[in-house]
Design a protein around this ligand. Structure first.
Ligand SMILES: [Zn+2]
Length: 554
């Protein structure tokens, strides 16, 4: 409460001088405590930024040179309070919370208010509960109450981690998976066998059941299955499910770790966990000597990948890849190769990415532009062929020191956020496979396109990839970077009833191979992160740290 009082003193001088409104942008000019003025922008689905030119030092969490438009989340408590007051001068800050008056109905959303005032967009359902009967479609002058308890601690409230968090979040990957499993019981009714789950407080069918217990990720398919499960569980209205509701998940949709005792899937899961436990690390030292790394920036050229919230996959994951490449080249002896190069940009890094780069070339011999001449699947196949070439020409001295990382960003339901890592399920890797080349002629096909794996190799490769994924997620978490809350490591994707491994890691000869979905572009906060060069740098640093940890004993 004391904070609220002192805040009023700081905020009263913040006079609004101008307010411009455009379809997807609002801009106000507010008076700073130092007497100067600063522009504050609210952009549709992109959140709030402040012109940093005249900002007092005490407004930014970072020292040194600031980007011209400083994102709201990089402001100190003082800076955030000033910004909110400048944007919303009619808001009443009092001891019970904040009475927010909607000023720009087309730009504001419950998610945005949640992000600005509680610190987490994921609190939007709590915010809606606190404002019953308020339509989500805003009108100017609508009053939304943000109760004190929901305010972020820096505004004197008690909101902390998003309420999707559960006790098992603190556990290791294996223990968490076991905890999820322990919440199921296997039962039968007149319609057949099912896994029974009791929904906990603040859990949803979509997120806590389908996203956790199955390998579906496609937003539409997750929705469809949520509806199937609702029907199977005799739930009429999916939006009014109460905690404690019995959910019946038909067994055929469960992913391996959650299948009943005696099933093949569960046996495979246990075999993989046992392999993880007995796998000893391979030491390469801090300089990563003898390590061979192939980095694969997803998409590129005419293929933008996923698009949402003003961000597209290709250029942004390319930039992360280039940052990883640069860090490895400067600081280690690892042999680093890349599958793709953007013409005109080369292997450089960029802070600003204003538009999509159309010119990207796969680094085969001869190089193949990613220009749509051949199918996207051909481009994907050429990537693993090229990687196999890098790993075998000449043959790596220690094949266990090979690692392949493909960088992507996914497009899931807006409520989920953070990194997800795919590793190859050993039972879905073929024992022998040759790719014909689909009419493409590159010299790498000669040694890279034919592969064979023994059962032992498949298992060891899945285990080492899993160990790498666990290490990476742990580092991301320590660095405060978001990771997916429900099973962030997956070894298969299910689409249209079929389970598969992403092609780039399926027939790849690297011992450790992962496909990283850096963030979920559909989530507004994640999209804002990916756009920020500072996030991309921190992410690259985390990846390099994870590679070092992977090749270091104890
Ligand atoms: Zn992708």
């Amino acid at each position: 409460m004391e904070i609220l009082k002192s805040l009023a003193v700081i905020l009263i001088p913040a006079a609004i001088v101008t307010a411009a409104v455009e379809p997807d942008l609002a801009e106000v000019r507010g008076r700073l405590p130092n007497g100067k003025f600063a522009l504050v922008r609210l952009q549709f689905k992109k959140g709030v930024v402040v012109d940093s030119k005249e900002l007092p030092k005490t407004f930014a969490t970072k020292k040194g040179s600031l980007p011209q438009w400083l994102p709201y989340e990089d402001l100190t408590t003082e800076g955030k309070r000033w910004t909110l007051k400048a944007l919303f001068p009619k808001d009443e800050w009092n001891k019970d919370g904040i009475k927010h008056s909607v000023r720009w109905p087309k730009l504001e959303s419950v998610w945005l208010l949640s992000t600005l005032f509680t610190g987490y967009g994921q609190h939007y359902d709590k915010l809606m509960d606190a404002n019953p009967n308020k339509p989500e479609l805003f009108k100017e002058g609508d009053i939304w109450l943000i109760p004190k308890i929901l305010l972020s601690p820096e505004f004197g409230g008690a909101a902390k981690a998003p309420d999707r968090s559960q006790p098992e979040d603190e556990l290791s990957d294996e223990a968490r998976t076991a905890a999820f499993r322990a919440m199921l019981s296997y039962e039968k009714d007149s319609k057949g066998d099912y896994a029974a789950y009791k929904l906990r407080k603040s859990e949803t069918l979509y997120y806590s059941v389908v996203m956790r217990y199955t390998d579906l990720v496609d937003a539409k398919e997750v929705n469809q299955l949520a509806n199937i499960i609702a029907k199977r569980s005799d739930i009429d209205d999916v939006r009014s499910i109460q905690p404690g509701q019995l959910i019946k998940i038909p067994l055929e949709y469960l992913t391996d770790p959650f299948m009943p005792e005696g099933s093949k899937g569960l046996a495979e899961e246990r075999q993989m966990r046992a392999e993880v436990r007995r796998t000893a690390k391979i030491e390469a030292g801090p300089r990563l000597s003898g390590v061979r790394i192939v980095l694969d920036p997803g998409h590129g050229g005419i293929d933008s990948g996923a698009r949402a919230n003003g961000v597209w996959e290709s250029d942004f994951v390319y930039d992360i890849t280039m940052r990883v490449r640069r860090l490895l080249e400067f600081n280690t002896e690892a042999q680093v190769s890349t599958t793709l190069r953007y013409e005109g940009i080369g292997f450089g890094i960029r802070n600003s990415i204003p538009s999509m780069t159309k010119n990207a070339v796969l680094l085969t011999t001869p190089p193949k532009p990613n220009d749509g001449e051949s199918a996207i699947s051909t481009s994907v196949n050429l990537r693993w062929v090229l990687a196999n070439h890098f790993f075998t020409r000449p043959k790596a001295a220690d094949s266990r020191k090979t690692i392949f990382i493909s960088f992507h960003a996914d497009s899931l339901h807006p409520s989920s956020r953070g990194s997800m890592v795919y590793v190859p399920a050993s039972n879905l890797v073929p024992s022998k496979f040759t790719w014909s080349g689909d009419g493409t002629h590159v010299s790498e096909l000669r040694y890279g396109a034919s592969v064979s794996f023994t059962a032992r190799q498949k298992l060891e490769s899945e285990a080492r990839s899993h160990i790498f994924a666990e290490g990476l997620l742990k580092i991301l978490d320590q660095e405060g970077l978001p990771i997916h809350a429900n099973r962030p490591i997956r070894n298969a994707i299910n689409r249209s009833g079929k389970s598969f491994i992403p092609a780039v890691i399926r027939t790849n000869m690297a011992m450790t191979k992962v496909l990283i979905e850096v963030v979920n572009l559909q989530n507004e906060e994640d999209a804002v992160l990916l756009k920020a060069p500072d996030f991309r740098e921190r992410y690259a640093e985390a990846v390099v740290k994870a590679i070092r940890t992977h090749f270091k004993n104890a």
